[in-house]
Design a binder for this molecule. Structure first.
Ligand SMILES: NC(=O)C1=CN([C@@H]2O[C@H](COP(=O)(O)OP(=O)(O)OC[C@H]3O[C@@H](n4cnc5c(N)ncnc54)[C@H](O)[C@@H]3O)[C@@H](O)[C@H]2O)C=CC1
Ligand SMILES: O=C(O)C(=O)COP(=O)(O)O
Length: 390
């Protein structure tokens, strides 16, 4: 039996992927083979040695100490794009909330509940509605910082609304570039983007280079009256700088999924409780993708959508499969193959992939009757983890 420990609310559709004949799944599992979670922070958790993999049902992995886990040979997965549409739709809601008198208008209507005569109510509304007039998105310029799964969907949506779209992403992958509409204009740098946009939406991961990227310096470049939309992470903005920019009118509104105490009581901040990915569809997509990736890894050693390991997958053949991780230095694979040769084990197929400082290997071998082989591989210098899969 494989054991999967869960944190957070994981969609049942995902949990149901784990066949109960092979898997035990729950939030109170003691020595799990893998962990399935959403935003639960793992930095302060002591992981049992049994853990081989972590799957983040979602995009951001800043709640997982990925570098530490890489050193231990723990594979970390996420689910790219699985919740992107949900975020995109909320970005639209955020832009509309910041541009039209929606919230204040609705609140105002609620204050009129003692007017019982319909005709009088309509007359009052018509007389007062001018205070809730707004502006349209069409014809305005939206800047998008980070043009990955979410950024590219936001770009398509904004173009469809008749907005001009400017993008900035110095780390854009080739795959993401192919997905991007050719109508997205390219900004040379973030400051140039901020200077020409009416709205800016942030879609970068929380990593060292993006920490506090929206700071006082950046906001000083913004076109006065900018609406800043942050459904990415709290750590990429400096809240004090945002508050100052709002006070000065450099920012008109800050729309975010990450409330901060400094924003309490401000009408120019629209803060939501991290609900960008909180739709039934996104939760299902993420949970299903994460569960499938864990199962393929545990049962076959295959790796897809890892943030710290290379992609590696081979179809299964007869016999057994050995998977091992090693530091990415010369001679390790050769030493492993020598051990197999010494024990008379025939290799049927193999794959060796590397990513940064680590390498991952899949070896299909004929059925072995020698139990010492795995121990011998474990003892080879620079081998971090090894596993035999039947
Ligand atoms: N509010 C919510 O519930 C959700 C928030 N998120 C956040 O949104 C982030 C982005 O998600 P996806 O689009 O799915 O990820 P993604 O990995 O597909 O796209 C991120 C993009 O940011 C770019 N990037 C990296 N460093 C950059 C920099 N310094 N300047 C400009 N661009 C840079 C990358 O090249 C990549 O194209 C996640 O990492 C997560 O923090 C994601 C899903 C839900
Ligand atoms: O996918 C992401 O990065 C998110 O922020 C979504 O977080 P959640 O799974 O809703 O806690």
């Amino acid at each position: 039996m494989y054991k999967i420990k869960t944190f957070n609310q994981i969609s049942v559709k995902g949990l149901d992927r784990f066949g109960r004949d092979k898997y035990e799944v729950g939030s109170d599992i003691g020595h799990p083979d893998a962990i399935l979670l959403r935003s639960h922070k793992l930095h302060n958790e002591v992981l049992p040695d049994s853990v081989l993999a972590i799957a983040r049902a979602g995009a951001g992995v800043n709640n997982v100490p990925v570098d530490d886990y890489s050193k231990k040979g723990i594979v970390v997965f996420n689910t790219p794009g699985a919740n992107a549409n949900a975020v995109k739709e909320l970005v639209l809601a955020g832009m509309l909330l910041s541009s039209r008198g929606i919230k204040n208008g609705i609140d105002h209507v609620k204050t009129l509940h003692d007017i019982s005569d319909a005709a009088e109510l309509h007359k009052t509304l018509e007389a007062q509605k001018k205070q809730f007039a707004g502006q349209e998105l069409k014809g305005k310029t939206l800047g998008i910082i980070g043009l990955g799964a979410i950024g590219s969907l936001v770009a398509d949506m904004a173009l469809a609304l008749g907005m001009n779209v400017v993008g900035y992403d110095p780390a854009l992958s080739i795959e993401a570039a192919w997905r991007l509409s050719s109508d997205v204009q390219r900004a040379e740098n973030m400051h140039a983007l901020l200077a020409r946009c009416d709205y800016v939406s942030l879609h970068v991961p929380a990593i060292k280079p993006t920490l506090n990227m929206i700071n006082e310096d950046a906001l000083a470049q913004a076109k006065p009256g900018l609406v800043l939309v942050n459904f990415a992470r709290e750590s990429i903005v400096d809240p004090n700088a945002i508050a100052k920019a709002l006070d000065k009118g450099q920012l008109r509104t800050y729309v975010c999924d990450f409330p901060e105490p400094i924003f309490y009581g401000r009408d120019d901040v629209i803060a939501m409780p991290h609900i960008g990915a909180s739709t039934a569809e996104a939760e299902e997509n993420c949970a299903i993708m994460a569960a499938d990736q864990i199962m393929d890894f545990l049962e076959n050693g295959n790796i897809k959508n890892s943030v710290n390991f290379p992609a590696a997958a081979m179809p299964r053949v007869e016999g057994q499969r050995i998977v091992f991780t090693n530091e990415n230095v010369p001679k390790v694979l050769g030493s492993v193959l020598s051990v197999l040769a010494d024990h008379n084990v025939n290799v049927l197929d193999m794959m060796n992939k590397s990513r940064g400082d680590l390498a991952y290997n899949i070896l299909d071998v004929e059925q072995m009757d020698n139990g010492h082989v795995i121990d011998a591989i474990k003892n080879i210098e620079h081998v971090t983890t090894v596993r035999l899969i039947d």
